[in-house]
Design a protein. Structure first.
Length: 161
Protein backbone atom coordinates (compact mmCIF):
# COMPACT_ATOMS: atom_id res chain seq x y z
CA UNK A 1 0.00 0.00 0.00
CA UNK A 2 1.17 3.50 -0.76
CA UNK A 3 -0.09 6.85 0.48
CA UNK A 4 0.13 9.63 -2.08
CA UNK A 5 -1.52 12.86 -3.16
CA UNK A 6 -4.72 12.33 -5.08
CA UNK A 7 -4.94 12.68 -8.85
CA UNK A 8 -7.94 13.65 -10.95
CA UNK A 9 -8.34 10.04 -12.10
CA UNK A 10 -8.96 9.05 -8.46
CA UNK A 11 -11.99 11.30 -7.97
CA UNK A 12 -14.74 8.83 -8.81
CA UNK A 13 -13.42 6.21 -6.37
CA UNK A 14 -12.73 8.88 -3.74
CA UNK A 15 -16.32 10.11 -4.01
CA UNK A 16 -17.57 6.52 -3.59
CA UNK A 17 -15.57 6.04 -0.40
CA UNK A 18 -16.48 9.48 0.97
CA UNK A 19 -20.17 8.93 0.19
CA UNK A 20 -20.11 5.54 1.90
CA UNK A 21 -19.13 7.26 5.16
CA UNK A 22 -21.70 10.03 4.66
CA UNK A 23 -24.43 7.46 3.96
CA UNK A 24 -23.51 5.47 7.08
CA UNK A 25 -24.35 8.61 9.03
CA UNK A 26 -22.16 7.71 12.00
CA UNK A 27 -18.95 9.71 11.58
CA UNK A 28 -18.97 12.66 9.14
CA UNK A 29 -21.06 15.80 9.74
CA UNK A 30 -21.78 16.12 6.00
CA UNK A 31 -25.17 14.97 4.74
CA UNK A 32 -24.83 15.75 1.04
CA UNK A 33 -23.25 13.17 -1.27
CA UNK A 34 -20.52 14.12 -3.71
CA UNK A 35 -20.79 13.58 -7.44
CA UNK A 36 -17.59 13.71 -9.49
CA UNK A 37 -17.81 17.49 -10.07
CA UNK A 38 -18.55 18.11 -6.40
CA UNK A 39 -15.65 15.83 -5.45
CA UNK A 40 -13.32 17.75 -7.78
CA UNK A 41 -14.25 21.04 -6.12
CA UNK A 42 -14.27 19.69 -2.55
CA UNK A 43 -10.97 17.82 -2.65
CA UNK A 44 -9.14 20.56 -4.57
CA UNK A 45 -10.14 23.12 -1.90
CA UNK A 46 -8.25 21.26 0.84
CA UNK A 47 -4.70 22.12 1.92
CA UNK A 48 -3.85 18.51 1.13
CA UNK A 49 -5.78 15.43 0.06
CA UNK A 50 -4.08 12.07 0.33
CA UNK A 51 -5.18 8.63 -0.82
CA UNK A 52 -4.25 5.09 0.11
CA UNK A 53 -3.69 2.92 -2.94
CA UNK A 54 -3.34 -0.84 -2.85
CA UNK A 55 -3.12 -3.01 -5.93
CA UNK A 56 -4.05 -0.08 -8.15
CA UNK A 57 -7.27 0.65 -6.24
CA UNK A 58 -7.97 3.61 -3.97
CA UNK A 59 -9.02 2.14 -0.61
CA UNK A 60 -8.95 5.22 1.63
CA UNK A 61 -8.36 8.94 1.74
CA UNK A 62 -8.00 11.96 3.96
CA UNK A 63 -8.47 15.70 3.73
CA UNK A 64 -6.36 18.25 5.61
CA UNK A 65 -7.25 21.92 5.94
CA UNK A 66 -7.06 24.86 8.38
CA UNK A 67 -9.37 24.51 11.35
CA UNK A 68 -9.64 28.27 11.74
CA UNK A 69 -8.30 31.57 10.37
CA UNK A 70 -6.02 34.39 11.40
CA UNK A 71 -4.52 34.00 14.86
CA UNK A 72 -5.77 30.40 14.96
CA UNK A 73 -4.75 29.57 11.39
CA UNK A 74 -1.92 27.36 12.67
CA UNK A 75 -4.53 24.81 13.80
CA UNK A 76 -5.56 22.24 11.23
CA UNK A 77 -8.29 19.67 10.95
CA UNK A 78 -8.58 16.43 9.02
CA UNK A 79 -11.10 13.77 8.07
CA UNK A 80 -10.35 10.16 7.15
CA UNK A 81 -12.32 7.60 5.14
CA UNK A 82 -11.53 3.95 4.50
CA UNK A 83 -13.62 1.74 2.24
CA UNK A 84 -15.72 -0.63 4.37
CA UNK A 85 -14.31 -3.61 2.46
CA UNK A 86 -10.77 -2.64 3.51
CA UNK A 87 -11.23 -1.74 7.17
CA UNK A 88 -9.14 -3.53 9.79
CA UNK A 89 -5.99 -3.49 7.65
CA UNK A 90 -4.31 -0.46 9.29
CA UNK A 91 -5.08 1.77 6.31
CA UNK A 92 -6.50 4.42 8.62
CA UNK A 93 -3.33 4.39 10.67
CA UNK A 94 -1.20 4.88 7.55
CA UNK A 95 -3.44 7.76 6.47
CA UNK A 96 -3.26 9.48 9.86
CA UNK A 97 0.53 9.13 9.99
CA UNK A 98 0.87 10.62 6.50
CA UNK A 99 -1.53 13.40 7.46
CA UNK A 100 0.67 14.27 10.44
CA UNK A 101 3.71 14.53 8.15
CA UNK A 102 1.85 16.69 5.63
CA UNK A 103 0.46 18.94 8.37
CA UNK A 104 3.96 19.54 9.75
CA UNK A 105 5.32 20.20 6.26
CA UNK A 106 2.59 22.77 5.68
CA UNK A 107 3.58 24.56 8.88
CA UNK A 108 0.58 23.70 11.02
CA UNK A 109 1.33 23.48 14.76
CA UNK A 110 -1.68 21.52 16.02
CA UNK A 111 -3.96 18.92 14.42
CA UNK A 112 -7.42 19.08 16.00
CA UNK A 113 -10.38 16.78 15.47
CA UNK A 114 -13.53 18.69 16.35
CA UNK A 115 -16.13 15.97 16.35
CA UNK A 116 -15.04 12.36 16.82
CA UNK A 117 -18.22 10.44 17.60
CA UNK A 118 -17.80 8.81 21.01
CA UNK A 119 -19.03 5.44 19.71
CA UNK A 120 -16.35 5.40 16.99
CA UNK A 121 -14.03 3.33 19.17
CA UNK A 122 -11.66 2.18 16.40
CA UNK A 123 -10.90 5.80 15.48
CA UNK A 124 -10.58 6.89 19.11
CA UNK A 125 -8.20 4.02 19.93
CA UNK A 126 -6.08 4.85 16.90
CA UNK A 127 -5.88 8.55 17.73
CA UNK A 128 -4.92 7.81 21.33
CA UNK A 129 -2.31 5.25 20.18
CA UNK A 130 -0.78 7.98 17.99
CA UNK A 131 -0.59 10.46 20.87
CA UNK A 132 -3.74 12.52 20.40
CA UNK A 133 -5.26 13.91 23.59
CA UNK A 134 -9.01 13.93 24.20
CA UNK A 135 -10.26 17.36 25.28
CA UNK A 136 -13.52 16.20 26.85
CA UNK A 137 -17.00 15.26 25.71
CA UNK A 138 -19.65 17.38 24.05
CA UNK A 139 -22.97 15.77 24.96
CA UNK A 140 -25.26 15.27 21.99
CA UNK A 141 -22.90 17.05 19.61
CA UNK A 142 -23.56 14.75 16.64
CA UNK A 143 -26.94 14.18 15.01
CA UNK A 144 -27.03 10.62 13.77
CA UNK A 145 -28.74 9.41 10.63
CA UNK A 146 -31.74 8.17 12.64
CA UNK A 147 -32.19 11.63 14.20
CA UNK A 148 -30.86 10.70 17.63
CA UNK A 149 -27.89 12.48 19.14
CA UNK A 150 -24.51 11.05 20.12
CA UNK A 151 -21.68 12.52 22.15
CA UNK A 152 -18.54 13.77 20.42
CA UNK A 153 -14.98 13.87 21.69
CA UNK A 154 -12.62 16.58 20.42
CA UNK A 155 -8.96 15.50 20.14
CA UNK A 156 -5.71 17.34 19.42
CA UNK A 157 -2.05 16.61 18.84
CA UNK A 158 0.78 19.14 18.94
CA UNK A 159 2.82 18.93 15.75
CA UNK A 160 5.67 21.35 16.34
CA UNK A 161 7.34 22.30 19.57
Amino acid sequence: MIIRSYRSGDLSRMAQIWNEIVEEGAAFPQEELLDTDGARRFFSEQSHTGVAEEGGDICGLYILHPNNVGRCGHLCNASFAVSSSMRGRHIGEALVKDCLLQARALGFRVLQFNAVVAANLPARRLYEKLGFVQLGIIPGGFRQKDGSYADICPYYKTLQE
